[in-house]
Design a protein around this ligand. Sequence first.
Ligand code: CA
Length: 427
Amino acid sequence: MKRFTATIAAASFLALTITACNSTTSTTENTTENNTDTIPNGEAGTTADCQPLETRDRNVPNQEPTFPEQTRACGITSETAFDVVVVTKGLDKPWAVEPLPNGDLLVTEKPGNMRIVSASGQVGEPISGVPKVVSRGQGGLLDVALSPNFASDNTIYWSFSEPRDGNKNATSVAKGVLSQDRRSLSNVKVIFQAKPAYDGGLHFGSRLAFGPDGMLYVTLGERSDKEMRPQAQHMDSHMGKVLRITPEGQPAPDNPFLNQQGVLPEIWTIGHRNVQASAFDSEGNLWVVDHGPQGGDEVNKLQAGKNYGWPVVTYGEEYSGQSIPSVTTKEGFEDPIYYWDPVIAPSGAQFYTGNAFPEWQGNLFVGSLKDQRLVRLKLEGNRVTGEEHLLTDRKQRVRDVRQDAEGNLFIVTDQQNGELWKITPKK
Ligand SMILES: [Ca+2]
């Protein structure tokens, strides 16, 4: 199997090289990206060894971290040079990218299409069989994940904003079998429908990730509006939760709140705002990056049954500048491992485990929409010890980041004319 993959990769490289010579669909730009953010000297609390990467004013100056390493980590710089290959352009608001075993990429576009992009950058027609989505505000066709047995069952899972009765909508999860020619889906089934439905266009979540336990972890938002927001703490609502379900959409058999009166059995963790980034580390822990209020984007390492605070325990303020009636830490609620103030607007995350960039192993990569960059966090245990911002000169909203079997990173950018990039060691 490994040899097969290597052969395909070599063929893909040849195809890529040929395409780059003949057309504009794929170009190797040979960019060695360095950290372009300047780090001023004399910042309070800095030492020669640690100068925080973030030096802008805080959104909420009177909020202090609960422990020193919780925000403004030391700036670090990658020593490994890399190329950014623009695999293709012209995608319509791509939301997720998933590398397939043969080198192709499966991409979702928010308006409702799913496509195959070949390793050489050829964009396929929309895959048929995808149910209708509500493309409204932040809603639409969202994440996609491969079945843990994809090599044998060709099954994929995806999340989307599903139309519900009365002009309402909510996030749902579907599965289907990808045809051998990868042009259509069969046996499509909606396996999970979040409730309650709501007439709105904000905070759908959602990322899908299979755990080493074979269960599917689904991250959901709380729909943003003030009348919906408290549901992040309500146990009879899926809003603002991370859920754990079987591949058939049933509550996982050992979930923390099973068989409790008035509690939805799919709930795994509570108190989230709008999680659009989740990733398992090499030890099997699920980390999420919650798109927070202004001054309150946060990284959490999840534990079953725990409460991550929103909206009663949080950093940050409303985007209007008004304060939120909340505290930044409280007994019974989990402190974030890290937070950003000012916000980066996170979407998409990947723990790096590949061999292509040994320097990056164990690092958490996070896409930034607002600041238009790829964030690299270095971790030691449960602490962030370094932060680097990559791809800053490209000025595109980074929506998703994923790694393939060879250790290359793939990125899609959140634009009408969205791009798919491959980060690969410099040739
Ligand atoms: Ca929190």
